[in-house]
Structures are given as C-alpha cells and as structure tokens.
Design a protein around this ligand. Sequence first.
Ligand code: ADP
Ligand code: MG
Length: 309
Amino acid sequence: MAANAIEIRGLTKIYGGGRHGPERHALRGIDLDIPQGAVFGLLGPNGAGKSTLINILAGLVIKTAGQVTIWGFDQDRNPRQSRASIGVMPQELNLDPFFTPRGALEVQAGLYGVPRRQRRSDEILRMIGLEDKAEAYARTLSGGMRRRLLLGKALVHHPHVLVLDEPTAGVDIELRQMLWENMRRLNHEGMTIILTTHYLEEAEAMCDEIAILDLGQLVARDSTANLLGRLDAKTMILQPDGPVQTLPEGVGMEVSQRGDGALVIRYHARETPADAVLSAVRRAGITIRDVKTEQADLQDVFLDLTRRR
Ligand code: ADP
Ligand code: MG
C-alpha cells in the first residue's frame, strides 16, 4: 500500500469561462502529499480554494487539470476504487429533508454499494449521538444534529480517508468536542483524517501536519510544531509618557514609532522575552504610560506568507 493516503500533482481548477462567465482560478497547480494515518489540516482564508480541493477529492467537482491519487488509486483510471477510499463531510448542510437519519445512512450506503449485512447504521447513529432521532425527519433536526448526520454519512462505506470541510465552523463547544473526539478515535483506529479549518486552535489541537492555501496556491506545508514555531511573532504597543528621544534597541526587536507617538515593537517571544523588550525600553530612558501586546494569529501567518507575493 502506498505510504501516502493522498497524492496530488499539478491540481488546477478554473471555474467559469466562456458562456459561464469570467474565469476564476480556484486552484493553481497544487502538489501535495498527505501521509497515511495523519490528521492533516488544510488551512487558508476564505476563498483560498480549500473546498474546491476537497470537493475534487470527493468527486463532486471536476478538476481542470492535474492528477489525484487516493489510497493508491488514480482518480481517473480507477474512479470507483478511489471514490470508495474516501468519505467526505461537506461544508454545506445538504441533507434531503424527507429522509430520517437512518434512511439517509441507508441510502448513502446503497449509493456506495455497501451490502446490507455490512451496513452499520445503528453503530454510526450511536457514534454521532442520534439514536434517539433515528426516525425523525431531517427537517426537524437542529443544525448541530444535521452536521453530525453529515459526519455519519461520510462513514457508511468504511473509508480509509475521512475529509471534513470546516466541521466546527459556527458550532457550539459541545458539538466541537464531540467532533474532535470522534476524529481522534477514528484516527486512532487507523483512519487518515483531513480537515479544513480557519481556527488556528483547532489545527493546533488536532493536526500533525498542516498545509496553508492562499489564492489557489500552497504557501506552506509543514508539521504543526514547525509552523507554530513561526507563530511566536509578537507585537508590543507602548504609549510613552512624553516625547521619545531615542528609540529602544535590542536583539531581535524591530522598533518603529506611529504617528500618535506609540512605539510598535515586533519581536519573537522565544528569542526575546517580553522582559528584555521592556528593559530595552527603560535603557532608552522611556517611561511607559500604557502597554499592550498582540499575539500573532493565523491571519498574521497568512500575511507573513503572502507578503512576498
Ligand atoms: P474556500 O473553501 O477556501 O473558502 P473555495 O474553494 O470555496 O474556497 O473557493 C475558491 C475560489 O473559487 C473562490 O474565489 C470562489 O469564489 C470560487 N468558486 C468556488 N466555487 C465556485 C463555483 N461553483 N463557481 C465559480 N466559482 C467558484
Ligand atoms: Mg470552503
């Protein structure tokens, strides 16, 4: 078996064009390997192309160019096997309102050709906490229940790879915990998990490796630990008590002064502790009236990674 759960080469998607309106380049030649057994995070701002990539993996969007291999099966040459290897929990709540949770799971299993005796709707209903609602119409389910049902549907055919597109966007803490627990357990049982998110805490809590997409291009691909290492950039904003004669100086500090007189000091917390920054400020003879620090977040990483483009 291939060591990579997913291999993507030169993946390109152009929406529209011709009589479908202006062209939109959603993916611009992505190369990406996702190792087996990983919990892999696909991060990026809105419009980066995350859902497009995932929907191509799921077979819901037709790629314009490139090659996708899922669990060793080329998507074009072995469409059936590659599709059977992956389950996708989509971003949108696209449930048929006339199905009950049990019905939806059974229909999905049928679509994937799972023989009746291999179906495990009860087990899945239990896992997603919907056994009580097994016979309720989807339209009577809450948003959170629908999301859980989407997770259940992604699992009916025992896929090797589970993909979740923004599973916790806008969900309450309880549901997020439940989704995280399920992801961890499934991964522990050997399933490769790919999730998109724009919550850094989620990526930090869940993912071994991360790829960052921006404007249809891969701008980073690293272990979570390495990527978070880049994230210790901090900014301290100081209001001096009076005019500043000399700017503070110190190792690993980048100092500038704003129009309103405030000092903006950028530093990396690991190399330069906040204490060292404050000492440098005192050495420069500056008395501080107010101080505040800003921690880098994912947005800063995006900015950092995309500034050069
Ligand atoms: P993300 O999931 O990262 O927010 P998407 O993959 O949804 O990004 O979108 C990437 C780009 O492709 C965006 O510019 C979006 O407007 C465009 N796009 C997505 N789906 C379609 C579509 N069905 N038709 C035309 N453009 C689309
Ligand atoms: Mg999306």
